[in-house]
Design a protein around this ligand. Sequence first.
Ligand code: ADP
Ligand code: MG
Length: 343
Amino acid sequence: MESQISINENNPGDGTQNDLIRFVDVTKIFKSGHVRNYALDKVNLSIKEGESLSIVGESGSGKSTLGLVAVNLLRINSGKILFQGKDISKLRGASLRSFRRNTQMVFQDPYSSLNPYNTIYQSVIAPVNANRQYYETLTGEKADSRSQLRDRVAEMLDLVGLTPGQNFLDLYPKKLSGGQRQRVALARSLILRPRLIVADEPTSMLDVSISAQVLNLLTKLKKDFKFSVMYISHELGTSKYISDKMAVMNLGRVVEYGSSDEITENPMHPYTDILIKSMLEVGGFRTEEPLAKIDFGQYNGGIVGCTFAHSCPFVTDQCLKERPQLERKENEHWVACFHPLGR
Ligand code: ADP
Ligand code: MG
């Protein structure tokens, strides 16, 4: 039996059938000796079909871990991840293969994500070779003519801005710049028309102007192909530009969720407020000191109260003793705080 979408009152998103992916109380613990690090601590979130959600937060807040569990590259300790309503931990055989095709990850480093011994054609066509039947159903054409497949890959390269695509087919990655390699990575991730792209800081290793081009491209492709995006970044400007919704993470928890405009213009969590100010000042997190200081002794068994309590100007006893749950404050604006700003 396949599990149904459970509509959870505490889960940001609209809780309707058009959820593509839904995280329910997702917890991921990294253990080292006696130390238990809650990289994800009961995360509840969802992304709708065609929607883009940015995950923002300081380094170490659990953003990459969330991306990896979303595509099932990492197992969670507890909770559930539903993709198109099905628990991904229970997928086997054909349904697992379908999930893999439908969720693609674009990594930070365009230098290491392409095999240096494969031509661009070989890299982009690899997912098709591994899923021939599926590709034939998807496109309605046979995948046995090499010249036709080369044309299809060239068309895809055109779409990602490597033009003319035909000229790139037989090149090796070393001939390409970082921005061009990231375009190839996008072409490869899109060749099987996935429903979800998880992009973990995809442009952080590129120059600013190249980075802007790649983000423009991602936005354009999202419109053309209508996939959903989980965009992971510590950079507010690009996150706001690229996403409809934003989730703010602090030490493994989602502390605020809402439309990108709401979160950036009208933050309610004191952590988000400080985070945004620091992001605007330095254009990203360059500060050495974490914004949320915690007592690691207490952290070991999971934080009891609010993750930001020890650094928050509005802290009360309750914040130290009780975990604030994500609650809907306005239409689509959720915050986990006993003393939200501006209300
Ligand atoms: P972010 O992407 O926001 O910087 P991460 O998801 O990479 O955060 O990390 C969240 C926490 O989990 C950090 O404390 C990090 O040290 C820890 N962590 C991440 N990956 C691993 C791993 N493979 N093994 C042990 N600890 C990890
Ligand atoms: Mg990361």
